[in-house]
Write a new protein. Structure first.
Length: 318
């Protein structure tokens, strides 16, 4: 990890906001007690990684909707993963962003109890404001995604965010491809979470035909077997690289979500894929708001966290 990259990943290209608008943190600081961009404190007693994930996504979309003037939101695995901590629920936090400029939401989950929670959330936000529409889908997102894409509500010039917070390997690569293939002014932006802290165990211990088939669908082939010996960084870089080289996104980066406050251990990585030139800068600013300036993180101006892409190869990391 060396100096901040100024290449195609969009980092180091200057600030969109003045210094007064930037949340300054000392190098030792971690999760701030209050995030101005969200106008809310951290969720009480929620797992640190769950709270950080939802705050990062909500902070980013709150900024991006001001750039795009609105947009649509797809959540493929929308029920809260930590059911006892609805205050750290990403779908709820995104629906509560003010001003409420996102117009249409598709919330999908296959768990009946989770779907009931989504319907309750819908009752609070559908038609509030009047133009807002919230659709709840009960079922496997991999099977329902085409209904959303073909709904007629996604126009060529519409900004669309697809949030894919899979537990381990539930999101099929074919689903990611279908989202990327939608032909608009820009591709549907994808916010894809990878559970790197436990994915390796799944890759090495899965033996049954059903489980091997699930992994084949997740990766799109049996090629996932080569991931078994990779570090978390190499795994994150490899998946991010697929979004760029196979799907053609202009900007792809990955962002660590730490296991606990103050920890350097990573629970998840967010693969962020977008065609919009402002997207990497806005995500970096949101990450900074959640974690502050941390040595060895994407907010460390001394380091090149994302590395450089060798031609036809993976990102370089340590």
């Amino acid at each position: 990890m060396g100096p901040t990259s100024k290449g195609e990943n969009g980092l180091g290209q200057g600030n969109l906001f003045s210094d007064d608008e930037t949340l300054s943190k000392r190098p030792g600081d971690t999760l701030p007690l209050y995030t101005p961009a969200l106008k809310q404190a951290m969720a009480d007693e929620a797992p640190a990684q769950t709270d950080a994930k939802s705050r990062l996504i909500a902070s980013y979309i709150a900024k991006f909707q001001l750039v795009t003037g609105g947009g649509l939101y797809i959540d493929g695995f929308a029920a809260p993963q930590s059911r006892a901590h609805k205050d750290a629920w990403t779908a709820r936090r995104v629906l509560e962003i003010a001003p409420p400029r996102l117009r249409t939401f598709w919330l999908c989950d296959r768990d009946p109890a989770g779907v009931e929670m989504l319907r309750e959330l819908k009752s609070q936000h559908h038609g509030n404001p009047k133009s807002r529409r919230v659709f709840v889908y009960h079922g496997d997102f991999n099977e329902r995604v085409d209904e959303i894409i073909r709904s007629g509500r996604i126009k060529k010039r519409t900004a669309v965010f697809a949030f894919l917070d899979q537990r381990t390997a539930e999101c099929h690569w074919a689903t990611v491809e279908r989202l990327a293939a939608f032909k608009g002014r820009t591709r549907i932006e994808q916010l894809y979470f990878l559970g790197v802290s436990w994915l390796h165990r799944s890759l090495t211990q899965s033996k049954t035909p059903d489980r091997l088939s699930e992994l084949d669908q997740w990766w799109g082939s049996r090629g996932w077997e080569r991931l078994r010996d990779m570090t978390q960084i190499e795994l994150s870089e490899t998946v991010a690289h697929r979004f760029k080289t196979e799907l053609g996104y202009a900007h792809t980066n990955w962002w660590p979500i730490y296991l606990k406050e103050g920890s350097r251990r990573t629970a998840f990585t967010l693969i962020h894929a977008s065609d919009h030139p402002e997207a990497p800068k806005l995500m970096r600013r949101s990450f900074q708001e959640i974690y502050g300036y941390r040595e060895g993180s994407p907010t460390d101006g001394q380091d090149d966290f994302f590395g450089e892409r060798p031609p036809g190869g993976m990102l370089r990391g340590r």
